[in-house]
Design a protein around this ligand. Structure first.
Ligand code: G3H
Ligand code: 13P
Ligand code: ZN
Ligand code: NA
Length: 308
């Protein structure tokens, strides 16, 4: 069924694992993720960005996710990723999403609280849960000084006040992860001390990690070997994600790894089969690459296999 993340997060928190939240834009991406979920009997969060809604038209993605629910029988959350206004959150709530993110992280603290509270009041009145974000995502080495890092990363005291005053259901925090395929210039590092502190001050409260792709080097190498140019792409090491999942982090966002898996596979296929032009011939392997990547995440990183 289409569900909220309420029970999922409760179980994940207690069980010391995290649910994978995967960004979806088209049928093959959804099918690859859902096949993995089926094989692993894992709960799923399928998330749609504003860009995804624009690319596919909202109704297509909604119907595809409904098809995924019917086909798989798995508990699936339909989530808005990075909603940037009350209006888009309301549109998704009215559209049947079971979860929305209001990302007010670019606003001053009080404005973020006011905007988040407004979304929470509306969403909760319709039985929909809300994720918010506090802090700005950036790598540790991008914040050169300790004071810059303190300014960008989530402040534990503010996190407690934010959660209390907004009534939000989960909170995305900044501890050194960032979006995209170039997360660290040097050694990957996350501020686990900060995560530990936030978590201890918000007992039983689900935290969310954005920018949590691992950027598997096998995909980067295949892309670069078959005409791609993404040198130096680097992500969050899997053991760090696993450690976060064992702590208060209950939702781990993955988009870049889906893009890389699919693109690596399609680049390779087209290079090796120059006479083929039926999209099913290369989208099929692209979908399969996503499935295998997601199975690995569920089993070896998130720990959510068998938890549906
Ligand atoms: O955090 C952003 C997600 O990776 C979605 O990306 O806005 O390009 O769809 P998008
Ligand atoms: P990645 O770019 O690391 O996959 O992060 C995705 C994300 O946070 C979507 O909200
Ligand atoms: Zn994000
Ligand atoms: Na966890």
């Amino acid at each position: 069924p289409l569900v909220t993340s309420k029970e999922m997060f409760k179980k994940a928190y207690k069980g010391g694992y995290a649910i994978g939240a995967f960004n979806v834009n088209n049928m093959e991406i959804i099918q690859g993720i859902v096949e993995a979920g089926k094989e692993e009997n894992a709960p799923l969060i399928l998330q749609v960005s504003a860009g995804a809604r624009k690319y596919a038209q909202p109704v297509y993605l909604k119907k595809l996710v409904e098809a995924a629910v019917e086909y798989s029988g798995l508990p699936i959350v339909l989530h808005l990723d990075h909603g940037d206004s009350f209006e888009i959150c309301k549109a998704c709530v009215d559209d049947g999403f079971t979860s929305v993110m209001i990302d007010g992280s670019k606003y001053p603290f009080e404005e973020n609280i006011a905007l988040t509270k407004k979304v929470v009041d509306y969403a909760h009145s319709k039985g929909v849960v809300v994720e918010a974000e506090l802090g700005r995502l950036s790598g540790i080495e991008d914040a050169v000084s300790v004071s810059e890092r303190d300014a960008a990363f989530t402040d534990p005291d503010e996190a407690v006040e934010f959660v209390e005053r907004t009534g939000v259901d989960s909170l995305a925090i900044a501890i050194g992860t960032s979006h995209g395929a170039y997360k660290f210039k040097g050694e990957p590092r996350l501020d686990f001390e900060r995560l530990e502190k936030i978590s201890s001050m918000l007992p039983n409260f689900p935290l969310v990690l954005h920018g949590a792709s691992s950027v598997p080097q096998e995909f980067v190498e295949i892309c670069n070997k078959y005409g791609g140019q993404i040198p130096g792409a680097k992500g969050v090491p899997e053991d760090m994600l696993r450690k976060a999942a064992e702590m208060g982090v209950c939702k781990i966002n993955i988009d870049t790894d889906l893009r890389l898996a699919m693109t690596a596979s399609i680049r390779k296929y087209l290079a090796e089969n120059p006479s083929h032009f039926d999209p099913r011939q290369y989208l099929g392997p692209g979908r399969e690459a996503i499935k295998q990547m997601v199975i690995h995440k569920m089993r070896d990183v998130l720990g959510c296999s068998g938890k549906a």
